[in-house]
Design a protein around this ligand. Sequence first.
Ligand code: SAM
Length: 259
Amino acid sequence: MTRQEFHQRCIPYFSADEIQAFWLWFQHLASSEQVEDCMQRLLAGEPIQYIFGTAPFHRYEYRVGPGCLIPRPETEELVEYILQHPQIQALQHWLDIGTGSGCIALTLVQERPWQLLAVDCSEAALTHARNNRARLNTEQQKRLELRCSDFLKWTEWPSGVQALVSNPPYISSDETLDSRVVDWEPSTALFAENDPLIFYKKMAQLCLNRPHELWLFLEINQQLPEATEAVFKTIGCSTKKIADLSGNLRFIEAYWPGF
Ligand SMILES: C[S@@+](CC[C@H](N)C(=O)[O-])C[C@H]1O[C@@H](n2cnc3c(N)ncnc32)[C@H](O)[C@@H]1O
């Protein structure tokens, strides 16, 4: 298919920028049958990352597919923030809550000599995370434990954990999302039951029983930066709101001092 034909078929559905980006993905396809198959899926609304089974994240490519959230560029910014943070590089034991494809945990374990425990309640998502872990070297694989677990049922933090990172579900049911997101990506990855702050409140509740310090690095709902920060401030954490590259307050760093 020529670039012009590709453009003409896509133009009723996508912006010029999207078509340009999609065209680059299609350059990897060898046969015209593959091109046609992928084209049909694209025009049916399937995300390009699911069609090709891969998504870029930081300096890596991770396998993705239905059942796990497609890693977002904003989440890369959270990882980069952690990697550059001057006070936490010596912390060894990290937790990733809601790991999905594993993009955050896998990146940290490749970039730093840390031990990671990454949990998710979705076996479908963990299948992708396990596939991604299998592509690491043996030493890195040993430092990353993947576990199926419902965080909202936890009664305490896992022993030894010193810091956590999480991009939990934080969309409320009345927010409108692009149909390509809602129709294709898992709702358990997006929507936070009846309360967009439920995961943050659970983290704060667990901190209250914890005598040791804990660092938390969290992606948050950009509509709720103050309310999310208040969850941690009210229990005695020091907090910092962090803007993403578009200027939205998208992340929170919280430090629980212990007691
Ligand atoms: C927004 S996605 C983030 C995925 C990945 N960390 C990322 O940043 O691309 C949230 C993840 O949390 C998981 N999740 C939802 N509820 C959970 C729960 N109660 N306990 C553990 N994980 C949960 C979902 O399955 C999903 O993989």
